[in-house]
Design a protein around this ligand. Structure first.
Ligand SMILES: *Cc1c(COP(=O)(O)O)cnc(C)c1O
Length: 403
C-alpha cells in the first residue's frame, strides 16, 4: 500500500468515504516500464476504458503513451486530456454511423470489427484510411466475460472473411493501414499472447501487404493476489521479437511498426480504494464486515468474481490478521454485493477503514449511481507527496442533473 495509515484516515476525513486514491509515482513507473519492456519496438497505447480520469490521462500522455478509445465519449475526454487526433485510435464495436462520423470528422483512425461495419465505414468515408480488428481464433483472460477472441466472442473479423474484407476495401477505395486484435484481459502467462501474435502476423503476411502497423492488443495482467508472480516481459519479448523479425524479413513494408493496447497494466496498481466500516455482524454463523464499498463503487468482483486484497486499518493500534474470516460487503441492496470474500478481517470494528488494493483499472470507470448512490471522489498523490482532488464526488444534485 502506497499510503500511510494516518494519511488514509486523513484523506477520508478531507474528501469523504469511499474514496479513490492514485499514486502518480506508480502510474508513471508503469508507463515507463511498458515503454522499456518492448525496447521501443512495440509502442503501447493506453486503453482509456480502464481509467478515464482526465488528470491521469494527462500524465499518461506526458509519459509518451498514445491512447485507444472505444466510444465517442472516450475520444472527447482524450481530446480534453491533450491527445491529438493522430495519437488516438478508435477501436469500435457495433458503432452507429453517427459514431463513426464522430471519429472520421476528427481525423481519428478507426478500427472496424465486422464486414458490416467496414461496409458502413466505406459508404460514409470513401477513400479513407481504416484498420481492421481480426479475431485470431485464440483467446485469453481471467474469466469468460473478458476473453475477447476465439470462437464464441462477438469481437473481430473471422480470418475466413479476409477475402471479403479486401473486396469491400477495394469497392470503397479504402486504405487499409493497420490490423489489430485484442485477445482478452488479464493474463499473467506470455503464451497465448505470443501465440495469437504469431497467428495475426501470418494472416497479415497472407492477406494484407503494405500496412503501416500491426497491433497485438492489450490484456497484460497484474498480480492481484499477494504472492502472485508478475507478468514476465522478458518471456513476452523472447516470444514476440523473433516472430516480428521473421515477419519483417518477409513483409513488403520494412517500415511496418508494432503496437499494443495495455489498459489494466498501466492503471491498476496506482489505485487504492478506501472505505469505512459502518457495521459488523454475525449471522447464521457467518461474519460480515459492512462497509460503504458497494458494487456501485467497484464492481469487478460482482461482474467477474475478481479478487482484490482488502486491508483492515485501525486508527492508532495496528490490527493483526484475524483467525476469524469475514465477508467484506457493501451497502447496495443486493446479496451479491460482496467486495472480498472470506478474509482474515473478522475482528473489524465500526470506524475501521478497508483499503482495497489495485483498484485503479476498471474501478471508477465502471462505477455507477445504482441505488442512487454517489460515485466517490478521486484524489491524486503527487510525486511530491501532496494530495490533489482530481474528480469531485457526485452530489445529491448531480443525481437530478438530467431531469
Ligand atoms: C479493453 C481493451 C483493451 C485493454 O485491455 P486490458 O486488459 O485493460 O489491457 C485493449 N484493447 C481493446 C480493444 C480493449 O477493448
Amino acid at each position: 500500500m502506497f499510503l500511510q495509515k494516518d494519511e488514509a484516515f486523513q484523506l477520508l476525513a478531507d474528501f469523504g468515504s469511499p474514496l479513490y486514491v492514485y499514486s502518480e509515482g506508480i502510474l508513471r513507473e508503469r508507463c515507463g516500464e511498458l515503454l522499456e519492456a518492448f525496447e521501443g519496438r512495440i509502442k503501447p497505447s493506453f486503453s482509456a476504458k480502464a481509467n478515464s480520469n482526465l488528470h491521469l490521462l494527462r500524465i499518461i500522455r506526458e509519459e509518451g503513451i498514445g491512447a485507444d478509445a472505444v466510444s465517442p465519449g472516450e475520444i472527447f475526454i482524450l481530446e480534453r486530456a491533450g491527445f491529438e487526433s493522430g495519437e488516438i485510435f478508435y477501436i469500435c464495436n457495433n458503432a452507429s454511423e453517427e459514431e463513426l462520423r464522430f471519429a472520421i470528422d476528427r481525423d481519428i483512425l478507426v478500427s472496424v470489427d465486422s464486414l458490416s461495419q467496414l461496409e458502413t465505414f466505406g459508404r460514409i468515408n470513401r477513400g479513407g484510411s481504416v484498420a481492421l480488428r481480426i479475431n485470431p481464433g485464440v483467446g485469453a483472460g481471467h474469466c469468460d466475460k473478458v476473453v475477447t477472441a476465439g470462437c464464441g466472442t462477438k469481437f473481430g473479423i473471422d480470418p475466413a472473411c479476409c477475402g471479403e474484407a479486401k473486396k469491400i476495401i477495394a469497392k470503397y477505395e479504402l486504405k487499409l493501414i493497420g490490423i489489430n486484435q485484442h485477445i482478452g484481459s488479464l493474463f499473467l502467462d506470455a503464451g497465448p499472447y505470443v501465440k495469437a501474435a504469431g497467428i495475426l502476423l501470418s494472416i497479415v503476411l497472407k492477406h494484407f501487404p503494405g500496412l503501416d502497423f500491426v497491433d497485438f492488443g492489450g490484456g497484460f495482467g497484474v498480480p492481484y493476489k499477494e504472492g502472485e508472480r508478475r507478468l514476465d516481459f522478458g518471456a513476452l519479448r523472447d516470444g514476440l521479437f523473433p516472430l516480428m523479425d521473421s515477419f519483417v524479413e518477409r513483409y513488403d513494408n520494412k517500415y511496418v511498426h508494432f503496437k499494443c493496447e495495455p489498459g489494466r497494466y498501466i492503471a491498476a496498481e496506482c489505485g487504492l480504494l478506501l472505505g469505512t466500516v459502518n457495521a459488523v455482524k454475525e449471522s447464521f454463523g457467518k461474519r460480515y464486515v459492512g462497509t460503504d464499498l458497494g458494487f456501485n463503487v467497484l464492481m469487478r468482483r460482482v461482474l467477474y468474481n475478481s479478487y482484490h486484497e482488502a486491508r483492515l486499518l485501525r486508527r492508532g493500534a495496528a490490527v493483526q490478521r484475524s483467525a476469524v474470516l469475514a465477508d467484506v460487503v457493501g451497502d447496495i441492496c443486493e446479496s451479491g454485493d460482496v467486495i472480498a470474500e472470506s478474509r482474515p478481517v473478522g475482528d473489524a470494528r465500526k470506524g475501521d477503514v478497508i483499503a482495497v488494493e489495485n483498484a485503479g483499472a476498471y474501478g471508477y470507470s465502471m462505477a455507477s449511481n445504482y441505488n442512487s448512490r454517489m460515485r466517490p471522489a478521486e484524489v491524486l498523490m503527487t510525486q511530491r507527496g501532496e494530495f490533489k482532488l482530481i474528480r469531485a464526488a457526485d452530489t445529491l444534485e448531480s443525481l437530478l442533473a438530467n431531469f
